[in-house]
Design a protein around this ligand. Sequence first.
Ligand code: KIV
Ligand code: ZN
Length: 498
Amino acid sequence: MAERLYIFDTTLRDGEQVPGCQLNTVEKIEVAKALESLGVDVIEAGFPISSPGDFKSVEEISKAVSLPVICALTRSVQKDIDVAFDALKYAKLKRIHTGIGTSDYHIQYKFNSNQEEIMQRAVAAVKYAKRYVEDVEFYCEDAGRTDNVYLARIVEAVIKAGATVVNIPDTTGYCLPTEYAEKINFLMENVNGIHNAIISTHCHNDLGMATANTMAGIMSGARQVEVTVNGIGERAGNTALEEIVMTLRSHKELGVDTNINSKNISSVSRIVSNLMNMPIQANKAIVGRNAFAHSSGIHQDGVLKNIKTYEIIDPKDVGIDDNSIELTARSGRAALKYHLQSLGIELTQEKLDKVYEGFLKVADSKKYVTDDDLLMLAGKDRVDTHRIKLDYLYVTSGVGVDPKATIGLDIAGEKFEAESSGDGPVDAAINALKKIVNKKMVLQEFLIQAITKGSDDVGKVHMRVEYNGNVYSGFAANTDIVAASVSAYIDALNKFPD
Ligand code: KIV
Ligand code: ZN
């Protein structure tokens, strides 16, 4: 029987810190439910003292999911811990994740302090959190660059104070896999009472070694890993959940496994990518569009003779099933519901009816309705709450034609129309939009992605629009790429503060 590795998912905390990835509470609940269906053990739901929005999200996620432990982040500060506990009040299973920087860089430059003082603050924080909850995790920030002897002393002290999990983050993504393995081995051999706590990895990907370092940690005895879906996270990101889960499934000889329902990996990956406006690179391990595509002749020949010649993972194991029943205009609600469930989306009957209406329209305009279409339809109600909505859009463009666009907007119930020309249909449409929304805004990034299977497939558009010194992200998907572009721009507009 394989030893159990706990999956601590920090998509909604470390992942959400990425500029442009911020979710509202409803979206966070959607991700949390998807993570619950995936089978993660712990959801780090936020950093409650950091903002009222984070507090509310931790509170609402605590109400919405019941199987995973809900965890809230704090600094080693009493007020943070008070607020975290308050935010966790509805959680069935709760954990406080407190900690402090332990490397010389942090001790000297961030805290202007010394090792003994930091040790006292660490112990005091754990003892304080223990007044509230049994399950207290302690993080030694920048452990990757912390001297191992001091790290062992602080780990021993916090375990003695009651920490149930100790997190050894490679905060800057600096470590080599051998170095990180040595660090965990050193703790295993030199900390009295180490077996009274679970040791956790938390690796960042600055040098592209987050997964390798996490695996090195597991092979040295860590039994919790802190990961994010698609590896999203600050800078180059965190360790990708799917990479660790499938590495362990592919290397059974390691004798370690997780509780993850790997068939949900692909759908959760897409939910996170869509909601967080973070496209997945095509060659991303496990969840990239090309992860299971064999395009060279030699590979295709081998795969046809025996799939194992070039494939180490059965795509079905991560929820990619090209043979699944196709959805067409003749599919009923039951088939739609089944597909949505396989994508990790559970809808009320009322919402299902609404999505079904949209589904029939898409199915009328194209032969097969894809998973991406469904994800787009299921997320459509977010647009319904927008203050600024696209009513209609007429565009003329083509070879030898001056692009022109007429746009109709609904702004808080009031109707507006404008027309304009431009350098292409998207530019014409955005120029028309700018005549109505008269603000100084600049399009900073415009990414069109994923027309994956045919010319009738959904195009996804990500945009970043600068306004008043801040950058706002917008996302939309549509079979009409101009409509998707304008909708993505409007999605960004709806995030402006006024
Ligand atoms: O990278 C890091 O050190 C962190 C801690 C706050 C756990 O995210
Ligand atoms: Zn981190």
